[in-house]
Design a protein. Structure first.
Length: 426
């Protein structure tokens, strides 16, 4: 069993929104390798740039003990491996562990005696020890908890958030033995100023992570359902929430689309495991159904309003403002704005998407359409404010209205405008 020192050599596997900020912090204190299979990503970071905008060039330069590589062989110099690869869902909304298992298989080829593998990727309880560890054992030929060890410390990155960063968010840690748990906790405590919480087992740490986002998902589902009810009653949902929010313990959730790499995905990991052990999680799945159907609901509301105003739906031109899954962030992973676009297309609508934060080539590759660089003035029968980017707020109602035809509908999905400025609000 190794001991923690300034010479502890760390390798972070996966340099996305989670892995890069972590590698940078480790690289300020320990010899650290940032590994990614995407050579272009490695080259970008070697040039001192991060297209995700999570880490500035100045912050990259501060990590003077960090270097980047796409060469698996170089990882053999490390003694601690931190896995931060994505854990998405497939088209059937089932957990897709392939990136995690591929990463485990790769690590098995360089794993040595006394090495420690720490997983940060969000999984269902048991995945680390039941799915990943057997791969490490098989490929490496080493024995778990005798020759090598494991830990789990769930990521808590919030993309685009410049206030809550990796170092000032309290970190949950765990290990496969008491000694390893102490090591993992001390390792993270050495870079996390907010402190750590050592869970009693890897499964507890896995479960803690997956319920964080499940709880948020259910709370938003409740507000989304309330918004549907209040809309049918002709009641202003935002006004209701503001009034209810005057009580000290009312939680300030707002209705909207629920996408991204966590909240719209993690509950399916928990429900998959629950069903595998013979339990049908009714409340969690009900919340997922509500949130997954919000794109369809938004379009139905827009179409109804257009018909009331005698605007032709088939052949209409609609501008969707925003594609990312949240405001002021370039992250388009699992964005539910695409649900709106697909539904509009089913109505025969010509849809244009405008988002100044988005990489156009990435959007084309991921979703099959190309966002426009600038919207045309006076060109749209309807405009949907789907994401509350600062740029859209700065445009105001005047800047947005000039894009629309004289007869039009403006749907403010994210409360960008004042209540009396939008034709429809969620």
């Amino acid at each position: 069993m190794q001991t923690l020192s300034q010479q502890t050599r760390i390798a972070v596997i996966g340099l996305g929104y989670v892995g890069l900020p972590l590698a940078v912090e480790f690289g300020k204190k320990y010899p650290t390798m940032g590994f990614d299979i995407n050579q272009a990503r490695v080259a970008e970071l070697q040039a001192g740039q991060d297209h995700t905008l999570e880490v500035s060039p100045e912050e990259l330069a501060e990590a003077d003990k960090l270097f980047y590589t796409a060469s698996l062989g170089e990882l053999s110099a490390a003694t601690v491996y931190v896995v931060t690869v994505p854990t998405p869902i497939d088209e059937h909304r089932q957990p897709d562990l392939m990136p995690l298992l591929k990463a485990s298989e790769a690590l098995g080829k360089v794993l040595k005696k006394d090495d420690i593998v720490i997983y940060e990727s969000t999984v269902y309880p048991g995945a680390t020890e039941e799915d990943c560890i057997p791969v490490l054992e098989k490929v490496s030929g080493l024995r778990f908890n005798q020759d090598f060890f494991a830990g789990y410390s769930p990521e808590r990155i919030n993309p685009g958030d410049k206030e809550h960063r990796v170092t000032n968010i309290l970190k949950v840690t765990s290990g496969s033995t008491e000694e390893v748990a102490d090591f993992v906790d001390a390792l993270y405590a050495s870079i996390i100023t907010a402190g750590t919480h050592k869970a009693e087992s890897i499964k507890v740490a896995e479960a803690a992570k997956v319920i964080e986002n499940t709880q948020r998902d259910l709370n938003i589902a409740l507000i989304n359902e309330l918004a549907v009810i209040f809309n049918k009653m002709g009641i202003n949902t935002e006004a209701v929430l503001k009034a209810a929010g005057t009580k000290w313990n009312f939680l300030p959730f707002r209705p909207g689309l629920v996408g991204g790499h966590c909240i719209g995905v993690d509950p399916y990991y928990l429900t998959h495991k629950a069903q595998a052990i013979g339990y049908n999680p009714e409340v969690i799945l009900a919340g997922r159904r509500i949130n997954d159907n919000m794109g369809r609901y938004v379009v139905s509301q827009l179409v109804k309003e257009m018909l009331k105003r005698r605007l032709h739906v088939n052949g209409a031109r609609v501008l969707v403002m925003g594609l990312t899954f949240k405001e002021n962030c370039p992250d388009i992973r699992n964005t539910k704005v695409v649900d709106i676009i697909k539904e509009l297309n089913d109505y025969g609508v010509t849809t244009e998407v405008f988002d100044p934060w988005v990489n156009v080539a990435e959007a084309k590759l991921e979703y099959g359409f190309t966002p426009i660089k600038e919207p045309n003035r006076g060109d749209y029968d309807a405009i949907i404010l789907a994401v509350a980017h600062n740029q859209f707020r700065e445009m105001g109602i005047k800047g947005i209205k000039v894009l629309a035809k004289p007869e039009h509908v403006i749907y403010d999905l994210k409360y960008v405008l004042a209540a009396d400025e939008a034709d429809i609000r969620l």
